[in-house]
Design a protein around this ligand. Sequence first.
Ligand SMILES: [Zn+2]
Ligand SMILES: [Zn+2]
Length: 257
Amino acid sequence: MTKKTRAFRSLITNHVEGEANGFPRTETCSSCGGSGAEAGTHPETCSKCGGSGQIRVQTRTMLGMMQTTRACDVCGGSGKIIKSPCKTCRGTGTERKSKKFDATIPAGIGEGERILLRGQGHAGHRGGEPGDLIVEINIRPHPVFVRDGYDVFCEVPISFAEAALGGEITIPTLEGKETYKIPEGTQTGTQFTLRGRGIQQVRSSRRGNLYFTVVLEVPKNLSSKQKELLRRFEESCNTTNMDRKKSFSEKLKNLFK
Ligand SMILES: [Zn+2]
Ligand SMILES: [Zn+2]
């Protein structure tokens, strides 16, 4: 993972989260190595099926004698008989263990996508090939950012003075806090774009965009002095200060003549 995308890691779960103690899986028994037989003993070849695990059965049908095969009832199809079963696994050859995994997650992975940890699943029967562990990615909601594909969106509250005067405001990016210069007279709801500052695309060096929308916060709990200052400011305003308000009142005038 490159330095640029490191911050994105906070948008995803870095670790596979099974239960608190790990992901429960069946592992090959550490005492008997999967054979199911007590240490020092070996499973014996089943005498009924001769080790094949299958027995032939003759059945009389309307069409004559039919020969079928089925699993040996003495050894259960394994072809082996365990006279003294392993005490750890009681002859099953496997044991349940909780295991924690570290998984490398590619930058840009999406909700519900899966990664495969080959050979990390349940142990195979009697020391056979293990299965795979499939990890489904659930992305935790981020306190600031909302993701849409490779683009990232956020809202930044600004004060009335910041909106009217313009200047540097602090904005969040995937790399950390930054200052951004907004112009004088910025309206609430204005969206600004930081190209190539979104999420890295999977198997590509390209990144989506970061969009932030400024939202004007109207001041509350004003002191009487602040109210007085605002009233004086309001009295000083003229029609050139608020062109939308001016054109709206003209529309109303025409509408309700
Ligand atoms: Zn065992
Ligand atoms: Zn058998």
